[in-house]
Write a protein that binds this ligand. Structure first.
Ligand SMILES: *Cc1c(COP(=O)(O)O)cnc(C)c1O
Length: 357
């Protein structure tokens, strides 16, 4: 769960809390994912983590980037001026509809009309919301995303020589394993459209970090399902970058309140919101750098410095911990710092360190 590189570097960081990114691990992971998907185009969903150092590592392995705002578009364009971008996101503004793209994922008939009104050329994938049964997902993207069959039918006659229909886009759920994603892909690829973007949502398990997504099985399955000549694209976020990031901090207090043991850590979930957002215990390791008071081998709740009972990283996890110990939260490379409410309590920002091997 925590690489030897991170285990070695974490106790030697001067100031904590800090984010540590293992770029060598990310490079190896991205290379393996790329190898597993020889016949599939791979885009990275930038919203999972837009850190420029991570994007630079990913860039040689991906065919493009999926961006969901003008901000992400400008960020990626500045890093890779010739990069291929898929422009996505519900509620695109007129200014966003004018941004250059390789593909634009249109979310509604009205959005398509506004795109046509720009007078610019566009290469469109219609984002569909087909109401397929999705089992075992952490999150299903139904509701406002994309359009149903009636919405698609309304769009079809609107296309012109300049605003071209290239195919379909579907991002139906997050947290699916390879067999579940392949069952959806079987339905989604059974279409006359020559290009289909199957979205992201590959599962990452925070309770069993070693249960990693079966990229090889997914790649073999897609190769089998793909019609000759059909362009198949995926755009994972979390499953590419979650593993390479850690949030490192230190224990400032260990206490017992009505029998329950708590370790209070520097920082908090305003730096690492993931366990609150997803309602899980963030996986962690305690490195014994401390010599203060502590508890041994008992259920401990790890909290941060925020003045709210919601500031919990992990609840009642059996561990040993002392004041001064270093705590490394794993799987903090996606939807972690960039989804957190940094300004709460006006703490200093964490440091950011990028390990190159
Ligand atoms: C968030 C998102 C992704 C990436 O999802 P992950 O669960 O991080 O793989 C891909 N496509 C779309 C449209 C998204 O909204």
């Amino acid at each position: 769960m925590i690489t030897p590189t991170v285990r070695d570097a974490a106790p030697r960081l001067g100031d904590v809390p800090a984010y540590l990114y293992d770029l060598a691990a990310l490079d190896a992971h991205a290379a393996a994912v790329r190898r597993a998907l020889p016949e599939v185009e791979l885009y990275y969903a930038v919203k999972a983590n837009p850190d420029p150092e991570l994007l630079r590592v990913l860039e040689p392995y991906v065919d493009g980037f999926e961006v969901s705002s003008a901000g992400e578009h400008a960020h990626v364009t500045a890093l890779f001026p010739r990069g291929r971008l898929a422009l996505a996101g519900p509620g695109k503004t007129d200014a966003e509809l004018r941004l250059p793209h390789h593909r634009i994922h249109v979310e509604s008939p009205n959005e398509l009309r506004r795109l046509l009104a720009t007078g610019l050329e566009a290469d469109v994938l219609l984002r569909i919301n087909p109401g397929l049964p999705v089992e075992g997902a952490a999150l299903t993207m139904s509701g406002p995303f994309g359009m149903d069959e009636a919405g698609v039918a309304e769009c079809l006659p609107l296309f012109t020589a300049r605003v071209r229909l290239r195919g379909l886009h579907a991002h139906l759920a997050s947290g699916l394993d390879a067999p579940a994603l392949l069952r959806l892909a079987e339905r989604l690829l059974d279409t006359p459209h020559d290009e289909v973007n199957l979205g992201g949502g590959m599962a990452v398990s925070y309770t069993a970090p070693d249960d990693v997504f079966d990229w090889a099985g997914y790649g073999r399955g897609l190769a089998r399902l793909r019609r000759p000549g059909q362009r198949v694209r995926i755009e994972p976020g979390r499953a590419l970058t979650a593993y390479c990031g850690s949030y490192v901090t230190r224990v400032v207090d260990v206490k017992r309140v009505r029998g329950a043991a708590f370790a209070v850590l520097l920082g908090g979930t305003h730096h690492l919101r993931t366990p609150v957002a997803k309602g899980h215990d963030q996986p962690f390791a305690v490195l014994p750098t401390g010599d203060g008071p502590g508890v041994a081998d008992e259920p401990v709740t790890l909290v941060g410095q925020l003045c709210t009972p919601k500031d919990v990283f992990a609840r009642d996890v059996v561990t040993s911990v002392r004041v001064g110990d270093t705590v490394v939260f794993a799987m903090a490379g996606a939807y972690a710092w960039n989804i957190s409410h940094h300004e709460f309590l006006m703490h200093p920002r964490p440091g950011f360190h990028h390990l190159r091997g």
